[in-house]
Design a protein around this ligand. Structure first.
Ligand SMILES: [Zn+2]
Length: 279
């Protein structure tokens, strides 16, 4: 927790000194809004995920459930493979969040932010986090994740998502060295672009190998200056805290290459059919 807060502070400081993109909204207002969304989500995580993940990981260790518990491996190798498989299955979950309409409704709240910085890394709708609990449970049981691997993974993931959402410009050398291995702020910015083809790329949360093996890694954006957000939501007045919290239940963020819901108006249903045909 202390490390996460220190990393968050360091990234905010670096964003002021070496910004990657020109922000659209005032920083203070956005950070306050994103932290408020994060606060609600943290409460849901505390109530919904914590009581599931850790007891399940303890059970896995005790009863030797899951793939990695079936074979006797040195502890370091078991941990390393556990981290790799958790990272890969998170890649799959992220793709599903874009392709499955019921999940996209919630994940859109993360994408609708007009700017991208370390605070966006904490801006996940509580519905999205609640929906991820069964997925996380399946990851733990099927992979065979022990409490130790789970704790290391949760810490690394938090640092990784804060880093790649940040608005920090890396040096050309650092970018060249890091991007073949891990998701960088520039690469992840392309995933948050208003351009549909760019959204459907760079899904990895940790290692970029998953994008490479699925041919979804996009090293360059079509334009040098990536426009962040969703094309349907360009007005900051539509993105206040109450509106983003209500968004999955009321509005329908819609775009050609993204998932769309079958609910809503006649016109949205008509557009759904066209859009789904394109996914
Ligand atoms: Zn996404």
């Amino acid at each position: 927790m202390v490390v996460a807060v220190a990393a968050f502070g360091a990234l905010l400081w670096l964003e002021q000194r070496r910004s990657l993109r020109e922000p659209l909204e005032p920083k203070g207002r956005r950070v306050a809004r994103n932290l408020a969304v994060a606060g609600v989500s943290a409460a849901v995580l505390h109530l919904a995920e914590r009581p599931v993940s850790l007891p399940l990981a303890r059970l896995v260790e005790r009863r030797r459930y899951g793939l990695l518990q079936r074979v006797r491996l040195p502890r370091w190798l078991e941990t390393a493979l556990g981290l790799l498989l958790l990272d890969y299955t998170l890649y799959i979950w992220h793709v599903l969040e874009h392709k499955v309409p019921a999940l996209w409704r919630y994940h859109a709240v993360h994408h609708v932010d007009l700017d991208l910085d370390a605070s966006t890394a904490l801006r996940f709708h509580f519905g999205e986090l609640a929906a991820s609990v069964p997925w996380r449970a399946a990851q733990i049981v099927l992979i065979g994740v022990t409490p130790r691997t789970l704790a290391i993974y949760q810490r690394l993931l938090m640092l990784s998502i804060m880093f790649h959402h940040s608005n920090v410009r890396l040096s050309t050398r650092a970018e060249k060295w890091l991007s073949p291995m891990i998701m960088t702020p520039r690469l992840h910015g392309i995933h948050h672009s208003v351009v549909d083809e760019e959204v459907n790329s760079n899904w990895s949360s940790g290692l970029t190998i998953w994008d490479r093996i699925h041919h979804t890694l996009r090293p360059k954006a079509t334009k040098e200056d990536v426009t962040i957000g969703l094309p349907e939501y360009r007005n900051p007045a539509d993105l206040t805290l109450p509106k983003v919290l209500k968004m999955p239940f009321e509005q329908l963020p819609q775009s050609g290459a993204r998932a769309v819901d079958h609910g809503g108006s006649h016109s949205s249903r008509r557009n759904s059919a066209t859009a789904l045909a394109r996914v």
